[in-house]
Design a protein around this ligand. Sequence first.
Ligand code: AMP
Ligand code: MG
Length: 476
Amino acid sequence: MATNGWNLQNTYLGLPEIFYCNQKPSLAPAPKMVIFNQILAGELGLDGGFLESSPEIFAGNVLPVGACPISQAYAGYQFGHFAMLGDGRAVLLGEQITPKGQRFDIQLKGSGSTPYSRRGDGLASLLPMLREYIISEAMYALGIPTTRSLAVVLTGGKVVRETVLPGAVLTRVATSHIRIGTFNFAAAYGSKEDLAALANYTIWRHFPWLEDAKDKYLLFFREVVKLKAELIAKWQLIGFVHGVMNTDNGAISGETIDYGPCAFMDVYDQNTVFSSIDTGGRYAYKNQPSIGAWNLARLAESLCPLFHHNQEESIIMAQKEIEGYWGVYKKNWMQGMRAKLGLINQEESDESLILELLDLMKSHKLDYTNTFRVLSFVNSDKPSLPGGGCWLERWIARLGKQPINVNKACEIMQANNPAVIPRNYWVEEALYAASEGDVTVMEDLLRALSNPFKDSEKYAYVPEGCGCGYRTFCGT
Ligand code: AMP
Ligand code: MG
């Protein structure tokens, strides 16, 4: 029997049964491929040529060889409040072992209701799935840890939201779908043995070098703290607003996951919020680093029974680890900002130089991405920075105080300041065309996004006033 490159294992089924339920995807009436990621298929060792014309597999109608479909249980703190959740509209087919021996979850999202669906219909509509495809692939090309997108298919069925929409399934690829919320679930509903089983499994999967360590659970937590601090620093540096940083939407692997109401900032403003439901701005751009720490505290609470048999001791141990978060975050953010400004050595005044530039962007309503990109060509074109004459002089003088010439500094900047990001305006344009049956606009955008440090006249252009008031929605 042809495997078409599928090489699936199902190690998650080795966990205690509370962590999942066996769940077949629902039958889709008329599956049709909308977009397929040939490059990713190749990396996964899949026969992309065959699979691109097999929408029935990515709709869940035909299971790949070796698949044992399950839905995963998890809980989460949603806008601060604990809730039992789980895969309400997703099915994990299995873990693909690639030709290089890496392990990736293959998950169908939008494939019908599950025991965790609560009041939801288990479905997804086309445009949000295409949006996740575009933004996750853009994040990947930008070098930001993320889940990836292998395919989007139309199911042929309808999804009822405010209007009736075409149903779709996204195939998501992740190093795992273990979330902070999976630990919140284990701590709330499982025994200490269940919690330890999940922690051991996660260590085996993501941090195998810790398996025999003496304080392995504490060291595991330390690794997650570090990964989260690094990830959120990258989000801030690129101007990405996740939009719904509930603990169920935080992967233990340190990958960005659950692209719901996320979007990229155009004009720099720390208060940027896109999500229509985030009226209090809890998940605003400026709050992402502190929410990261808050979420880690919820993870620590869940893990505490494993840190030490004495609860007070474990809390002290956890607190010490969480304190490490800010150091890692700040170091990564400063390093990233220095690279964005072409600085390879450190001076005490660098932080104020950076903050003053951000203030300038805010007060003159400058585009975050394009401002840095323009600065990256200071060797050939004197940048025009509205209101920033003094700042420019200070920065150029600072560039002169390092052991590399300005051409080299510009090379560093051009490799750290993208020319192309998935701007809301262009993403919407691609989605609108797709809704009319034309995916070529999206394919063109994806091509540009796959090479984000190459200039693009079209996609660097920000149509007047397009960033203001942009709204995004969850659970669509
Ligand atoms: P999200 O806001 O997408 O992170 O989802 C939060 C929770 O709601 C998760 O448990 C999802 O599985 C669940 N969920 C979201 N949309 C649906 C839907 N249409 N049907 C069932 N469950 C859903
Ligand atoms: Mg989610």
